[in-house]
Every structure is written in C-alpha cells, then in structure tokens.
Design a binder for this molecule. Structure first.
Ligand SMILES: NC(=O)c1ccc[n+]([C@@H]2O[C@H](COP(=O)([O-])OP(=O)(O)OC[C@H]3O[C@@H](n4cnc5c(N)ncnc54)[C@H](O)[C@@H]3O)[C@@H](O)[C@H]2O)c1
Length: 432
C-alpha cells in the first residue's frame, strides 16, 4: 500500500516507520525542512527508545522517505494520514488550524478513492469540517476516516507495534477494508465504529486516566489530614478487581503533551453542549493547583527555601522521553527560583530543551550527571522517576549535613532513604 503521513512529529514518525516496517511504501511529509532533513539522514529529532533503530532499519529498505512536497507525497497515496498537532486554544477548544491547513494542501493532489485518515486528536464533528475543506479544492472522490492514536511517549514504538486496540472510525466499506488491511500485521483487536465514536473514545480514554490521577491526589490530600499513607491505601483498595493496583500516580498532577490539552478540549466540548457542570472542567482546575498544594506541605518540612541548594532530578514530563510539554519542572523551577533557592537541574535527556525554555538569565544551573547535581545539595527533589535515579545509591552521596529528599512520585522507599540519613517527604506518606 502507498501511504502518506502528514506531520512527522512524535506520532507521525512512529506511525510512518511502523507502516513502512510492514512493507508499505511510506512518505513522511512535514512543512519543517530541518525535520525532514534530519529524519532523511536517520536522525530522530527527539528521544524515544527504539525509534532511531527502527527508522534506520526502514530507511535501509527504501520503503520510507521524507519530503516537504505535498504533490510528491499525496499524488500516489492510497491512504493519507493526518498526524499534525492539535494544541488547545486559550478558551480550551482544539486548535484545528494545522489539520485544516493539511486538508487544504493535500486536496489538489488526491487520487480517486484515496482514504484520508485523521489520526490527530480532534473533537467529534471534525471530519465534516475536514471534508468541506478538501472539497473546496477538488471534485475527486475520496473517503474519510478517523483512526485515533493511543501510543504513550517513552514506549511509543512498542505501543504502536503491539497496541491494545486499533480503532477505525469510518462508515465507507472501502475505507474500513483498506484500514483493516493496513493494520492487519499488528494482530491487534480492531474496533470499527463511527468517526465520532472513535474521536470520543480517544478523549474519554485520556480523561479517564487523568481522572484516576486527580482522584488519587484528592485521596492523598485526605490521607494527609487523616494520618494515612496513600501507598497503603492504594495497596488495600487496588486488590478490588473492579479497581486494580495499576495506574495510580499520586504526585504533582498529570502533565505531558496530551492529558492537559485533551481534558481541556473535552471540557470545552462539554460546555459547548451545555453539559454544565461537568467533571472535566474541574479536573483541569484541581490539576493546576497541585504544585502549590504539595509545596505548601514540603515547605513545612524544609523550612525556608532561600539560599538552599536544590537538585531537581527529572526535567521531562515523564521518564524515557525528552518531551517537556507541561512537565512539572516548568512550574516547580520558577517557584523555587522565586523563593530564592539555588537550583541545579539534571535530566538524562531533556536538559537542552529546558535550557532553551529558561534561557541563560534565569539563574537555573544544569549538571552534566547525577552525582554532580547532588554536590552540596540541601534538598534533592526527585521529580521524575528516570530508571537512573531509581537504581542510584543515594547512600553513597549523603553529606554530613541535614539533607531533604522530596519524592514527587512516591517512587522511593522512605525507609531506605531515611536509613541513609535523609529527611524524607513524599506525597501523603507516613514518616515512620
Ligand atoms: N505525542 C503523543 O504522545 C500523542 C499521543 C496520541 C495522540 N497524539 C495526537 O497526535 C497529534 C500529533 O501530536 P504530536 O505530538 O506528534 O505533534 P508534534 O507537534 O510533535 O508534531 C506535529 C508535526 O506536524 C507538522 N505540521 C504542522 N502543520 C503541518 C502541515 N500543514 N503540513 C505538514 N506538516 C505539518 C509540524 O511541523 C510537526 O512536525 C496531536 O493531535 C496529538 O494530540 C499525540
């Protein structure tokens, strides 16, 4: 099958490489020439485990190449996948301008019967707008479908090769047949639904996961009042098969490129449908107040932050990615600097992204490795659970002074950290 993938960002590159690995002829198209050049030479412009290897392997087969030319990518494509960004606007609605720009640009080059797939996360109803946009420029017959993406950064290649499901949102039998065929090598359950259901399933999945995070943070707040330990509560509650022990992350709230915006977009959609009040608007509000809430507690432990040397470990929004979109570091570091703390950041992969965001005047320092980040630190703030931090022996670097160990994701054993001599504080954890 001949495939064009429009937008070679995070989702687009992984999708293009995986489709090519099945023997399809794939063209990755982007308006960003530097991205196209980089990918053409086998360089992935971001960190994602396994992707560079997969890209190198498919480039070698000649089944994948990259271009900035719509004509080149679209004119022979049987399936065209739109995977451009859909950030949320200040009012919370999805900014569809990139999707619609892609629809306009592809339309003059469509071949008859091509299937145009919207993979970007978009609200229900968007395919109608996309169809109108395409028809402005062409009378060629085409089909439309929605195939939302469920991959997770950090495990994107694995998720795309072994998805829990493939959701095909389409009505036209030919579109469904072609998309089933395209995804057959994955041997994953295929769920065929309407386009609106497919789009809603994506928002619902992310809003549900964001709800679990917000829910457990709310319970953690109550644990602090009750003298209960949130990890003990999770252990006891998670045995219930209806609930499960998985996916509980008490901490500073959800971040990243998807949850915050998808929840805001769903809340906006709910409001436009006059579904008020709704849980989704409240989720964003509660999530945004997490850093302030947790730091109020930790300030009771640490005392004044002024002139304290703080080692911030983990600058990306989660482990195994250099993506810093809505990362906790973006809120935490300015707060610490404002309190007069001397902040040194360390991340295995995301340092350069954060350095660009903060600039040289911010006062934020960076360490080249974990041990140098810890030098003279009064406070160790473990923001993100990179494997390197979890396996590190913090006993080895303990200094002869009071040192605080703040565990923002409850990933460390309080007993072990305390046994090294640190003053430990996590999220709603018992001290003894
Ligand atoms: N990143 C994730 O983990 C993830 C997971 C699931 C779904 N999604 C959804 O997938 C979509 C893409 O997300 P992403 O993180 O890959 O975005 P991204 O910002 O990393 O990449 C988007 C790419 O599209 C390109 N682009 C913009 N306009 C274009 C145009 N008119 N023609 C060609 N290229 C154009 C940009 O240059 C960029 O390279 C979004 O809707 C997002 O919500 C993302």
């Amino acid at each position: 099958m001949k495939i064009a993938v429009i937008g070679t960002g995070f989702v687009g590159v992984v999708t293009a490489a995986v489709y090519a690995s099945f023997g399809n002829e794939v063209v990755g198209l982007d308006i960003d020439q530097s991205k196209v050049d980089s990918l053409s030479s086998g360089k992935v412009p971001f960190h994602e485990p396994g992707l560079a290897e997969l890209l190198a392997a498919v480039l070698e087969t000649g089944k994948l190449h990259f271009t900035t030319s719509y004509q080149e990518a679209i004119s022979t494509a049987d399936v065209i996948v739109i995977a451009v960004g859909t950030p949320s606007k200040p009012d919370g609605s999805a900014d569809l301008s990139y999707v619609l720009a892609a629809a306009r640009s592809l339309s003059p080059f469509l071949q008859t019967g091509a299937v145009v797939v919207v993979k970007s996360t978009v609200p229900p109803g968007t395919l109608i707008t996309v169809a109108e946009e395409i028809r402005k420029e062409t009378t060629t017959q085409f089909e439309l479908a929605s195939v939302p993406e469920f991959l997770k950064e950090g495990t994107a290649v694995e998720d795309t090769l072994h998805p829990d499901r493939v959701v095909i949102g389409a009505d036209a039998p030919e579109a469904i047949k072609r998309l089933r065929e395209l995804h057959a090598p994955l041997q994953a359950p295929v769920i065929v639904v309407s386009a609106n259901s497919a789009q809603m399933s994506k928002y619902a999945a992310n809003a549900y996961l964001a709800t679990r995070i917000t829910f457990i943070n709310q319970i953690a707040n109550l644990c602090e009042h009750a003298g209960a330990d949130i990890q003990e509560v999770i252990a006891a509650m998670g045995v219930d098969k209806r609930i499960g022990k998985h996916y509980w992350y008490p901490g500073l709230g959800y971040g990243g490129s998807c949850f915050p915006k998808d929840v805001r977009e769903l809340a906006h959609f709910a409001e436009t449908q006059h579904e008020v009040p709704n849980i989704f608007s409240l989720l964003s509000e509660l999530n945004e107040s997490r850093v302030e809430h947790v730091f109020a507690h930790w300030t009771e432990t640490v005392g004044a932050w002024s002139d304290k040397k703080v080692a911030v470990l983990g600058l990306s929004f989660k482990p195994n990615t250099d993506d810093t979109r809505d990362a906790p570091s973006l809120q935490v570091i300015p707060w610490l600097l404002k309190q007069g703390a001397q902040v040194t950041g360390y991340d295995p992969k995301a340092t350069s992204q954060i350095a660009k965001i903060f600039g040289e005047q911010s006062g934020l320092q960076f360490a080249e490795n974990l041990e140098s980040a810890l030098e003279q630190a009064d406070v160790i703030l473990a923001l993100i659970e990179w494997p390197e931090f979890l396996t590190f022996d913090f006993g080895k670097t303990k200094l002869e002074k009071t040192q605080y160990f703040l565990d923002a994701r409850n990933q460390f054993d309080p007993k072990q950290i305390t046994s090294h001599g640190y003053v430990y504080a996590g999220i709603a954890r018992r001290q003894s």
